[in-house]
Design a protein around this ligand. Structure first.
Ligand code: B12
Length: 192
């Protein structure tokens, strides 16, 4: 199983993470078993992940969340034998080597992650290709950090070929009340 995770960040403008949905859509279309976890909705997601023992966990991280994600990765590495951890998102895209050098992640993806992650998943689950061949990937080899060349941004036709965001992977019963409630002036005033 592959798990994609959005870490908790106090933010009264909550919406589900569109980047993770886009990644999940591509993996799902290719038939890989994929789950999305959102710590904002599910504070105990780490215990659930330890129970489910995923093969690969992908975290998204803005700068404000990167330390939290690092601690979660460390806990998973201690608790789930052989789990592989990837990270992507705005912070990781700007500082991929620094993020990887912390030692808690196996892979960092720079920029648009749909096809790099798909290729990584193919190499991990199906033995197709190796990390050296995956554009936008930063990884460790013989203890050294390697940064593969990047690929061009997806063009309009490639963007059109991406699947529609798989909202059915989210627990919408919990997502919608958060979106509608958290953004109202009343909610802002009543929050500490
Ligand atoms: C929409 C948006 C929001 C929305 C929704 C955020 C969300 N959780 O999805 C709202 C308004 C809630 C929001 C809040 C915040 N945001 Co905002 N937001 C954006 C914005 C405008 C677009 C993001 C987006 O949806 N992009 C489209 C999706 C498809 O792309 P993506 O998320 O980048 O994901 C792709 C890649 O990054 C990569 N990827 C991402 N995650 C992963 C994980 C793995 C494993 C892999 C392999 C790849 C991968 O693959 C994805 C598909 O290609 C960006 C600016 C921008 N133009 O990117 C700022 C931006 C991301 N936000 C930013 C900030 C600072 C915040 C807040 C911290 C603000 C605050 N003080 O509260 C909060 C944090 C919220 C959170 N929980 O993450 C900064 C982050 C800067 C940084 N240093 O990290 C950005 C870059 C704006 C900026 N330039 O300052 N934000």
């Amino acid at each position: 199983m592959i798990a994609l995770v959005q870490p908790r960040l106090p933010d009264r403008n909550y919406i589900p993470n569109l980047g993770l949905l886009s990644l999940a859509g591509v993996l799902e279309r290719e038939g890989y078993p994929i789950r999305i976890f959102d710590e904002n909705l599910d504070p105990n997601y780490l215990s659930e992940l330890v129970r489910l023992r995923p093969r690969l966990v992908g975290f998204t991280a803005v700068t404000a969340a990167v330390n939290r994600v690092g601690r979660a990765a460390e806990l998973l590495k201690e608790s789930v034998d052989g789990v592989l951890i990837a990270a992507g998102g705005p912070h990781v895209s700007v500082l991929p080597e620094e993020t990887l050098s912390g030692g808690r992640f196996d892979y960092c993806v720079v920029g648009e992650g749909e096809y790099p992650l798909l290729e990584l998943v193919r190499s991990i689950f199906d033995g197709q290709g190796t990390p050296e061949d995956i554009p936008n990937l930063v990884y460790r080899s013989n203890g050294r950090i390697r940064s593969n060349p990047g690929r061009p941004f997806l063009g309009p036709e490639e963007l059109d070929r991406l699947p529609f965001a798989p909202f059915h992977l989210l627990d919408l019963e919990r997502v919608f009340p958060r979106i509608t409630h958290a953004s109202t002036p009343e909610a802002r005033e009543s929050s500490p």
